[in-house]
Design a protein around this ligand. Structure first.
Ligand code: OOG
Ligand code: NI
Length: 473
């Protein structure tokens, strides 16, 4: 019995940690994308320069990132996005990502923004895994049911049923990881290489020109999913500490920025997520079978993001209502012509969102972690005080919990303007989380509950350390 247990431990120790597989995969993906889309490399350099400048100029921010162990991960940090065609592809993708310690968090119904997909984000969960490597992949599933043309819908189903987006070895190694509980070094290396194939750009479309145009007419995303052999990674997004500075620096590097940063405005205390995209980068491709026709498909673009504090449901509701209010005053035009007015209106509207960490915390708008200060560590024992009092007395400090998810879909439009350079068709909105989860073969983690649990655990730790016997609040 004892020796069996020990054997298993020895064997497990030889498995490559899922965090390490994810790191290797994230690096391989970044390398591949840099070759496929050279402008991405330029963007990465620009972001690294801006981040270094911000850290030098803002020692407080540097301290905060150091205190929460998030400084090291910054340069490595990125998310990607892919779009899948069938439930079978999605559930296999879930199993593949699980090998790398990435799990589905959150549900995003993009049909409310006129885009015929719904999505989740696969990402590491838990502070330690995130700090090892926070790579995330926003993963969408095409809503074939939203294609109005019945004949086309049947053809789309046929085309998608015929493709295999994973190599045989990728499937075998995923199964092996599931059965064994992990992968040994050689298998892990092979796994990363094989999975990378799924995300590669294919320069030959798998449909003819006529079909491509019919799909494109439905929606640009329908053509993007159905016309190719696999779900090419469509962007990789680094995290910046100053998104406005990167946007300003883009033209000098030959990157054409869009006019608007999506999400909340520039603030003292960043909330949620701000994202900015470049105009599309075009990949050449050939269409047809046998007699190839040269054509182009714009799948790729640059995206950068600045992360802020995770918002509570109350904070999210305030954010949504302020975004709504702004869009009632002015809607950003697709050509960027009214960008300055939009930014002005957004900043003005968001003045009613508190902008100090303590105000955000006291108002219950954001999630925070609590930890003992030097004073708290020395005092040893404090009784019957609520966490607010402990903060006020200087025994406990608080730090914003970084929002690790994607920009919420708002009917008011952030995805609309993010995803379509041109106006998309209006699909009928229908929240479909249950169907998405059935396709996925698992439930998605509720991001609010997750952040709340992190906050609660940190408070419990403080209390335990201060030897508080009764719950103090
Ligand atoms: C989905 C885009 C979502 C983000 O950063 O929120 C995303 C897509 O374009 O497929 O990547
Ligand atoms: Ni993105």
């Amino acid at each position: 019995m004892f020796s069996q247990k020990r054997d298993r431990t020895v064997q497990n120790a030889a498995f490559v940690a899922s965090d390490d597989i994810r790191s290797a995969f994230s690096a391989a993906m970044s390398g591949m994308y840099r070759v496929e889309v050279p402008a991405y490399g330029t963007l990465m350099e620009l972001v690294a320069g801006v981040n270094a400048g911000v850290l030098d100029a803002t020692p407080v921010l540097r301290q905060q990132l150091e205190a929460t162990d998030s400084l090291d991960r910054l340069a490595e940090e990125r998310h990607g996005a892919i779009r899948l065609g069938t439930p079978a592809e999605l559930s296999m993708m879930r199993r593949v990502f699980a090998v790398m310690g990435m799990h589905p968090v959150g549900y995003y119904d993009l049909s409310t923004a006129g885009v015929p997909v719904h999505s989740t984000a696969f990402r590491p969960v838990g502070a330690e895994a995130l700090s090892r490597n926070p790579f995330r992949v926003f993963t969408s599933l095409l809503r074939i049911d939203l294609i109005g043309d019945e004949a086309l819908r049947a053809q789309v189903e046929g085309i998608l049923a015929a493709r295999r987006i994973f190599t045989d070895i990728a499937v075998e190694l995923t199964e092996k990881a599931e059965t064994q509980g992990g992968l040994h070094r050689q298998d892990a290396d092979r796994f990363v290489a094989e999975i990378l194939e799924t995300f590669r750009w294919h320069n030959q479309a798998c449909v003819g020109m006529e079909m491509y145009h019919r799909l494109h007419q439905q929606h640009r995303l329908v053509a993007d999913v159905v016309s190719f052999k696999g779900p090419h990674i469509n962007h990789l997004t680094p995290r910046t500490l100053d998104i406005d500075a990167v946007q300003t620096g883009m033209p000098s590097r030959g990157i054409e920025p869009k006019a608007i940063v999506e999400g909340p405005p520039t603030r003292q205390c960043p909330i949620l997520l701000r994202q900015h995209r470049s105009r599309h980068w075009t990949n050449r491709s050939r269409s047809g079978s046998g007699g190839w026709t040269a054509c182009s498909h714009t799948a790729r673009f640059g995206e950068i993001e600045q992360r802020g504090v995770a918002l509570t449901p109350k904070g999210r509701a305030l954010y949504d209502s302020l975004l709504d209010a702004t869009r009632k005053i002015i809607r950003p035009a697709a050509d960027g012509s009214n960008a300055a007015d939009y930014v002005e209106a957004l900043s003005r509207t968001f003045q009613s969102f508190p902008d100090t960490w303590d105000d955000i915390r006291i108002a219950g708008l954001g999630y925070f972690t609590y930890s003992l200060t030097e004073r708290g560590r020395q005092v040893g024992s404090v009784h019957a005080e609520g966490v607010d009092q402990l903060v006020a007395d200087g025994f406990v400090r608080f730090d914003p919990i970084v929002y690790e998810d994607s920009l919420p879909v708002s009917a008011a439009g952030s995805f609309q303007s993010n995803l379509g350079d041109e106006a998309g068709q209006d699909f009928v909105a229908s929240p479909n989380q249950k169907r998405f989860e059935a396709a996925l073969g698992a439930g998605v983690l509720d991001e609010f509950e997750h952040y709340a649990a992190i906050e609660r655990a940190s408070i419990d730790d403080c209390r335990r350390a201060l030897r508080e016997v009764q719950a103090a609040e």
